[in-house]
Design a protein around this ligand. Sequence first.
Ligand SMILES: N[C@@H](CCC(=O)N[C@@H](CS)C(=O)NCC(=O)O)C(=O)O
Length: 202
Amino acid sequence: MSLKLYYVPQTRATRPRWLLEELGVPYELVRLDPQKGETRTPEYLALNPLGHVPTLVDDELVMTESAAILLYLADKFPEGKLAPAAGTPARAAYYQWILFCMSTLEPPLSLLHAQAKLPDAEKTPAVIATAQERVKTVVATVDKIIRTREHILGEGFSAADVLLASTVGWAKGYGLVESFPYALEYVRRCVARPAAKRARSD
Ligand SMILES: N[C@@H](CCC(=O)N[C@@H](CS)C(=O)NCC(=O)O)C(=O)O
């Protein structure tokens, strides 16, 4: 078995790196520097045609999409207990929270990210304000649920926590989680895990 993760720090590639650290399985980290064009080489574009990170290579398998990579790895290493059994209510909640991150919480964060990259004269304040409000509304639902749970599934730590804590952490980076104490504390305790620290250590 040979797992290779194509990685740029402080991007969505941190998600599978964190999960791999939680699993404690051997993997090779391939660091790319977008400033040097390393995500736009013909070799890398053959793996990930959009030139995005992360990309996971597992022998013959090439995978993109951070959430899909988490789901794959959590299932591939069941001894890590990061995914509930298929067909159970916990598995249903697991799918729900993974999709919640990618299709409900990420879109307004991506809008904010795109706006932040624009020169000031090209920013659209109304788009920014609407996206900020949307993020807060969505984070408020996490805050309400996580008030009574340590982890989002209401049982052990799972790949859904890797994704949710990463994504709420992204919102925190924009100062949009400050009024949600339970969501804030949830992110703090997830990123304080040794595996999460190792994934951000360099
Ligand atoms: N939906 C994809 C998004 C991947 C993505 O947009 N990655 C960003 C980093 S967070 C990227 O590689 N951006 C470089 C670029 O757009 O050129 C995923 O979750 O993996």
